[in-house]
Design a protein around this ligand. Structure first.
Ligand SMILES: C[S@@+](CC[C@H](N)C(=O)[O-])C[C@H]1O[C@@H](n2cnc3c(N)ncnc32)[C@H](O)[C@@H]1O
Length: 205
């Protein structure tokens, strides 16, 4: 599935210098996020109004967390809540991966963003049980199975502010693509605003 929505990010000269610096910072951090996707997350996080949380579902070793946190710092200093049990996904544990938490913390410290990131070492489902804040940006990059992506969206969308943004990763995969189709493309609740590489972002109407 190919999404064509307006995207100002790649050509946005106002964030070009900041992004170059962050690109260098994250170049040593493992992960699947492209630089263009990182830049999009940075811009979205930077633009979130003050007092609204930024929530990440699926941090792994912190690549997207760093882009979000740098955007938050450049913007309204909103906290980034990074939710991940850090036990590795099934695919990763099959490869013998142990906890990603120590590497995650080290990567945040190296990027000097640990002060704006609140790490919740648990699943999105558990974290949602005690959640109370308004969310300005919800970034979903946990499990990419259709049921899991949809469950995460349903669990968390009620906390999105009016005009809050939700962004999904790996929308070229069947699970997220189906969620986009069902919940964004043909819905009055969300309107797709941007996409780049495999991220699709929508605003809550
Ligand atoms: C693709 S990785 C995330 C990559 C990361 N965003 C980055 O930029 O490198 C997926 C992560 O989602 C986490 N995860 C899987 N199911 C989850 C759940 N229910 N709640 C929170 N995190 C979950 C896994 O532990 C794994 O670290």
């Amino acid at each position: 599935m190919k999404f064509n929505y307006p995207l100002q990010v790649a050509g946005d000269s106002t964030i070009a210098d900041e992004a170059t610096e962050i690109k260098q910072l994250v170049s040593g951090v493992e992960g699947w996020l492209s630089d263009a996707e990182g830049k999009l997350l940075y811009k979205l996080a930077k633009d979130i109004p003050q007092g609204q949380a930024i929530v990440e579902i699926g941090s792994w070793k912190g690549k997207s967390t760093i882009w979000l946190a740098k955007g938050a710092k450049a913007g309204s200093q909103n906290e980034v809540f990074a939710i991940d049990p850090h036990q590795g996904s099934k695919a990763h544990t099959d490869e013998g991966e142990e906890s990603t938490y120590p590497t995650f913390l080290t990567n945040l410290e190296k990027a000097h963003v640990q002060d704006i990131v609140v790490s919740l070492v648990t699943t999105s489902s558990k974290a949602s049980e005690s959640w109370r804040r308004r969310i300005g940006l919800l970034w979903i990059d946990g499990s990419h199975e259709y049921e899991d992506v949809k469950y995460d969206l349903i669990l968390w969308k009620k906390y999105l502010s009016c005009n809050g943004i939700v962004a999904l990763h790996d929308c070229d995969k069947p699970g997220p693509a189906r969620v986009i189709e069902e919940c964004f493309a043909s819905s009055d609740e969300f309107k797709i605003i941007e996409s780049t590489d495999t991220i699709v972002a929508a605003v809550k109407c």
